[in-house]
Design a protein around this ligand. Structure first.
Ligand SMILES: *Cc1c(COP(=O)(O)O)cnc(C)c1O
Length: 465
């Protein structure tokens, strides 16, 4: 299986090259040349199987011979052994026909662990064989950084720099990065917001000389392996609820559109997903794009669901590419125009492709808080603000058919956002042991201006050291 760029001007590469390089050299995102297909029998066979086995089936469809089945099985088994729940991503029923898909049982208590634990082991394998050491620079809106640091710390073939927006993430999120003492980890507090961090990261890649000199890699959700790893729980959850014989709807708390795109991928691979509701907070670029057909940056706002405080949803480019029948030239033109002007209109065909599956909902701060309280009162479940955004989305847009089960993705443990949960519900979530431990540890990080040149100098010095 070859991977092509959404902008159509980069050579096709194999799975491991697509994974290790993250962004394509023409500025586009890698997608497989064709979507692998799972038969109805295969989909049905996922019901009741161990999570790691379903993950292995999905990853091998994408790796397509580049990794042996044994290696894939081992990597998946190890990755998901790090989770605190035997089911890895258990379903919790909230009401008839409504379920929470708990994605926060990994080591840093957010769904980012699901992909990152697997990705780190894929890197280990690919780099170890090639005798290569890469530098991962990661821009985080809160959870990616902690998950990446936890997954890559102490690994021999990788050093990692995690950039977070100063003051925009919760203390628990920050400590997952700053309390780590491994030599291959550095954490940077950037004087800016997440979009600044993401723009710096893009700038590092655009400097080909720099990228080559430090052997730069990205593990943000532009990395296709993360998308593939996240597609797994759509299969697992849907099979548990009767797919492929019964369709399922999903509601996804959305920022960078990685998680939602993973659901789209599962649907393209044959999973009968009836509807996907993308729920954003007040940073609603994706909700507006889906509902109104115009992808336009708004004013960035700090919210109680900081992992979704995003105005540029990188993965939306992948959906656009599908929407214009995989026309790379058209996609490149559109996203260069977006970078220059901050707004593009979706062509009618792309709008239609998106509307076939997606609906968009934006949820403000008051509704998020109300939903945390109402969910606790009605079901006994204490949810984090990101999950609450999705639950509010589910309240507003139901499934197409009333009998279709609705699965709401629960992306973070409430103990990651104790202040917001307390403010909404008057209850402090019980802190898992890892949160109690990190609270007593010293923090280590450096501060830096929101400037790509400053970050390049910092990374170069780290590589030399
Ligand atoms: C990253 C994140 C999201 C948003 O996921 P995307 O793939 O960026 O859309 C939602 N909730 C939490 C808790 C997250 O960490």
């Amino acid at each position: 299986m070859k991977y092509v760029s959404t902008r159509g001007e980069a050579p096709a590469v194999g799975f491991l090259d697509a994974v290790l390089s993250g962004l394509a050299p023409d500025g586009g995102l890698y997608v497989p040349e064709t979507w692998p297909q799972f038969s109805a029998e295969k989909l049905a066979s996922f019901a009741g199987r161990p999570y790691a086995e379903v993950a292995a089936a999905v990853i091998s469809a994408f790796a397509d011979g580049e990794l042996s089945e044994d290696v894939i099985a081992e990597v998946c088994a190890e990755a998901y052994a790090s989770f605190a729940h035997d089911a890895v991503t258990p379903l919790r029923q909230l009401a008839p026909g409504r379920f929470l898909l708990e994605l926060f049982h990994g080591p840093t208590l957010a769904f980012k662990d699901v992909a990152m634990q697997l990705l780190a082991r894929l890197y280990d394998h690919a780099l170890g064989e090639a005798g290569r050491t890469m530098t991962i620079v990661c821009a985080t809106s809160g959870d990616t950084g902690g998950a990446a640091v936890e997954a890559f710390r102490g690994r021999r073939n990788v050093r990692i720099v995690a950039m977070f927006p100063d003051g925009r993430i919760s203390p628990v999120q920050r400590r997952f990065m700053t309390t780590v003492t491994d030599d291959n980890v550095r954490t940077l507090s950037v004087a800016g917001d997440f979009d600044d961090c993401q723009a710096i990261l893009k700038g590092l890649f655009q400097d080909a000389q720099f990228a080559h000199a430090v052997d730069l890699s990205a593990v943000n959700s532009i990395n296709f392996a993360r998308i593939a790893a996240q597609a797994v729980y759509y299969f697992v959850a849907a099979a548990a609820l009767g797919a492929p014989h019964r369709p399922v709807s999903f509601v996804i708390p959305t920022g960078n559109f990685g998680d939602a795109f993973a659901g789209y991928v599962a649907s393209r691979m044959g999973l009968p997903i009836e509807r996907m509701v993308v729920a954003t907070n007040s940073n609603d670029i994706v909700a507006r794009a889906v509902e109104e057909g115009r992808y336009a940056k708004g004013e960035g706002m700090a919210t109680q669901s900081p992992a979704m405080d995003i105005q540029v949803a990188s993965n939306f480019e992948r959906l656009y590419f599908e929407g214009v029948a995989r026309n790379g030239v058209e996609t490149g033109r559109a996203f260069r125009a977006f970078a220059a002007s901050g707004a593009i209109d979706l062509p009618p065909a792309a709008r239609a492709e998106i509307a076939r599956l997606f609906r968009g909902v934006a949820v403000d701060e008051a509704e998020t808080s109300r939903t945390i309280l109402a969910t606790l009162n009605a079901t006994g479940a204490l949810v984090d603000p990101h999950t609450a955004v999705a639950l509010a989305g589910a309240n507003r847009v139901g499934p197409v058919k009333p009998t279709t089960p609705v699965v709401v993705l629960s992306t973070a443990h409430p103990a990651k956002f104790p202040e917001a949960v307390y403010a909404a519900a008057g209850v402090t979530p019980a802190a898992p042991p890892v949160v109690q431990t990190q609270a007593g540890l010293p923090e280590r990080f450096d501060s830096i201006a929101a400037d790509a040149e400053a970050v390049k100098t910092y990374v170069r010095d780290f590589v030399k050291a």
